[in-house]
Design a protein around this ligand. Structure first.
Ligand SMILES: Nc1ncnc2c1ncn2[C@@H]1O[C@H](COP(=O)(O)OP(=O)(O)O)[C@@H](O)[C@H]1O
Ligand SMILES: [Mg+2]
Length: 231
């Protein structure tokens, strides 16, 4: 459903992406891996419209979205949870939750209950300020906010980074549930290997702005990990 074809991009004169190429299948979980600084976040930014490729193309369900604005991509069904989660600390949890859907003028029908079911803590903390939540709770809030826009592609940038183990488990369970429902594709950037192995259908590993290894998650062997992921 998402095809990244030979995408190249530069930031401030240095080439960050050097022909990134992979495809995310419908209703599957795809894990994009790689060491720090190899271009994972930049790849996601090119998909959501925050970094313009100098070459290559991005297709979503057959549409060439390479030059679409970020909000047009969001309306086309791309939900994005950036690295570091980006919630508004001085807005309440409830306001934070609604802001994405309001921006898209979406009516919330059953989706709120759905988010509360996945992350009960959000319901409990609705009146609190976002900044009062722990890092893990903020991550759950950011995922909940993205889900309210009913994306067909949910993009998560290192959702487990700096988060306590019990919340990592809850986020993992939520991704499993979403995956089992088969209504959205999930593109996950993740450095936590076990999390990827447990959740992903397919993977790709980036190194210096290009894919160096990709395949079904069964091909993510110890040798592959040793060659491309260990520091
Ligand atoms: N705003 C920026 N200005 C300059 N260099 C940047 C900027 N953002 C990212 N980079 C550089 O681009 C490379 C890839 O970054 P990034 O995509 O964030 O990597 P990753 O997510 O894999 O850690 C890194 O070398 C980083 O230093
Ligand atoms: Mg990153």
């Amino acid at each position: 459903m998402l095809h990244i074809s030979q995408v190249e991009a530069s930031i401030g004169g240095s080439r960050i992406l050097r022909g990134v190429d992979f495809a995310v299948a419908s209703n599957k979980v795809f894990c994009l891996m790689g060491r720090n600084g190899v271009g994972k976040t930049s790849t996601l930014k090119s998909i959501v419209g925050l970094l313009t490729p100098s070459r290559g193309a991005i297709h979503l369900d057959g549409h060439d979205i390479t030059h679409w604005s970020p909000d047009k991509r969001a309306r086309a069904g791309i939900g994005y949870v950036p690295q570091g989660r980006d919630i508004f600390p001085f807005l309440t949890v409830e306001e934070n939750l609604h802001i994405g859907a309001i921006a898209q003028k979406k009516k919330l029908n059953g989706q709120l209950d759905r988010v509360f079911e996945l992350f009960p803590i959000i319901k409990e903390f609705l009146p609190r300020k976002g900044g009062m939540l722990s890092g893990g709770q903020q991550q759950q809030l950011a995922i909940g906010r993205a889900l309210l826009t009913e994306p067909k592609l949910l993009i998560l940038d290192e959702p487990t980074e700096g988060i306590q183990p019990n919340i990592i488990d809850q986020i993992g369970e939520a991704i499993k549930l979403l995956r089992s429902e088969g209504k959205m594709s999930i593109l996950l950037v993740e450095q936590y290997l076990d999390f990827c192995k447990e959740l992903a259908d397919d993977f790709a590993i980036l190194n210096r702005g290009a894919v160096v290894c990709a395949g079904p998650v069964e091909a993510l062997t110890d040798e592959v990990v040793k060659a491309h992921l260990t520091v």
